[in-house]
Design a protein around this ligand. Structure first.
Ligand code: MYA
Length: 448
């Protein structure tokens, strides 16, 4: 994904894996944000799947997806009246096939044991070599081992939902897809779902229609446990996003970003001026901001639930879920609360997770350290002040860039804090649910 910004020309990796370098436009940032937001709103209202100016990608034929219980591209008109929505198909448990779907000759299904160091390592390596990368093969997501444990072993996780494909002859792991349980609040109703992630097919096995088989098999395994809906995100357009957002990026280490080709120095800027523009204070400014601790869970969980009430799509966390997803883990998830100095009440929270990318061919740098904004509850402190502190905390933890989606209230701080827009989008999907599309400003769901 590339981003247009006032100072640099930038190429960054994204879920879409579709980077493009874009010429810098001085001071274009504020207009871009407004244009993007109105473009997105228009796109969702009109039922178009592509942002304006990107129409050549058009609506593709989907041999697999047109057979699935998802909203199809030609169904957009009827969505507006749906409100909270309904299931697309109602299956009974007895209708779910008892046997796994057949795989092509020479391959077999396996449950990948993420608690086993050897299998965790195999998974790490499959993803590290074959997962999402940008179109120029400069960057590839590098989900770390501890991150995979965090992402795949939340409360209620199930071993058969960490689904792998191995070569029969040598047991090599060559494909993967996962489901983890969650409750999402969708148009104000709790819905038990799975979150689908880490769909990956080894590069040598691409375009052989293995992905549809993986999706059918994970669906079967999820259905067998009486779960009938799923949420997932992808950078590509499939039938049919319920919501779509742009990534915005905030340089923390501009020199490195420029050196690795993530950003380019504008002809009108010196390195010194660029570094100055992105410099941050050493200390946070919100009184009482500190790392979240186990004792904060009940209060912080209640605070987040209260804050989320105004949104139409978000994760509904039990305290157990919240503790898993939000308590800090070095190198994985960074969460902070604001404790009011006198009353000791928790008034706000912010969090971000660590998702580095491998820098595929660079003589000096191997890793781009990226922080991604996660769950925030700006209940008392202005969001711009909290996010400025988040940038300082991310910088302190050695991140090179801070990424945030254009959702919830995030547009309020992009301009002031020098975030710049990327040109890739993240699309949100629901499986077996049709409902009214959700504007990015009504969406507070962040998936990994
Ligand atoms: S998003 C991350 C996806 N992973 C990557 O981008 C990693 C790098 N790429 C690869 O490993 C492969 O290219 C993949 C496709 C595996 C992506 N989501 O096997 P094929 C459709 C959904 O010949 P390959 C994430 O993890 C494509 O439109 N479908 O293709 C969330 C076509 O179908 P159709 C996708 O390139 C995943 C068919 O696959 C995606 O060898 C959510 C072609 O198959 C994609 N990202 O392999 C999955 N990419 O002809 C859905 C391609 O119809 C979950 N395709 O257009 C649904 C809910 C299931 C549970 C339900 C429970 C109730």
């Amino acid at each position: 994904m590339s981003k247009k910004e006032s100072l640099t020309e930038t190429t960054v990796t994204d879920d879409a894996g579709t980077p493009a370098k874009v010429e810098a436009e001085p001071n274009a940032n504020s207009q871009q944000i407004d244009a993007v937001r109105s473009n997105l709103a228009k796109m969702l209202l009109e039922g178009s799947t592509m942002p304006a100016g990107n129409k050549e990608d058009g609506v593709k034929e989907h041999k697999f997806w047109c057979t699935q219980p998802v909203v199809q591209h030609d169904q957009e008109r009827e969505l507006q009246d749906l409100g909270a929505g309904s299931a697309i198909e109602s299956k009974k448990l007895e209708d779910v096939p008892k046997k796994p779907y057949p795989l092509i000759e020479g391959f077999e299904w396996c449950d990948v044991n993420i608690n086993d160091e050897k299998e965790l390592e195999e998974t790490y390596r499959l993803l590290n070599q074959n997962y999402v990368e940008d179109g120029e093969a400069m960057f590839r997501f590098d989900y770390r081992r501890e991150f995979l444990k965090w992402a795949l072993l939340p409360p209620g996780w199930h071993p058969s939902w960490h689904l792998g494909v191995r070569v029969k002859s040598n047991r090599k792991l060559v494909a993967f897809i996962t489901a983890v349980p969650a409750t999402v609040k969708l148009h104000h109703n709790d819905r038990p779902v799975v979150e689908i992630n880490f769909l990956c097919v080894h590069k040598k096995l691409r375009s052989k229609r293995l992905a549809p088989v993986l999706i059918r098999e994970i669906t079967r395994r999820v259905n067998l446990r009486n779960v009938w809906q799923a949420v997932y995100t992808a950078g590509i357009v499939l039938p049919r996003p319920v919501s779509s957002s742009y990534y915005f990026h905030r340089s923390l280490n501009p020199k490195k970003l420029i050196d690795i080709g993530f950003s380019r120095l504008s002809p009108r800027m010196t390195m010194a001026r660029t570094i100055k523009l992105y410099s941050l204070k050493a200390e946070t400014s919100t009184p009482g901001i500190r790392p979240m601790e186990a004792r904060d869970v009940p209060e912080a969980c209640a605070l987040l639930a209260k804050y989320y009430k105004k949104y139409k799509l978000y994760t509904s966390f039990s305290e157990e879920d919240f503790a898993h997803w939000l308590l800090p883990r070095e190198g994985v998830i960074y969460s902070y609360v604001v404790e009011e100095p006198t009353s000791k009440a928790i008034t706000d929270m912010i969090s971000f997770y660590s998702l580095p990318s491998s820098i595929i061919q660079h003589p000096n740098y191997k890793t781009l350290n990226a922080a991604y904004s996660f769950c925030n509850a700006p209940m008392t402190t202005p969001i711009v002040d909290l996010m400025r502190d988040a940038l300082i905390l991310a910088k302190r933890n050695n991140f090179d860039v801070f990424n945030a989606l254009d959702l919830a209230e995030n547009a309020q701080f992009f301009r002031e804090l020098h975030f710049l827009i990327g040109d890739g989008m993240l699309h949100y999907y629901l499986y077996n649910w049709k409902c009214k599309p959700i504007d990015p400003s009504e969406n507070a769901l962040v998936l990994l």
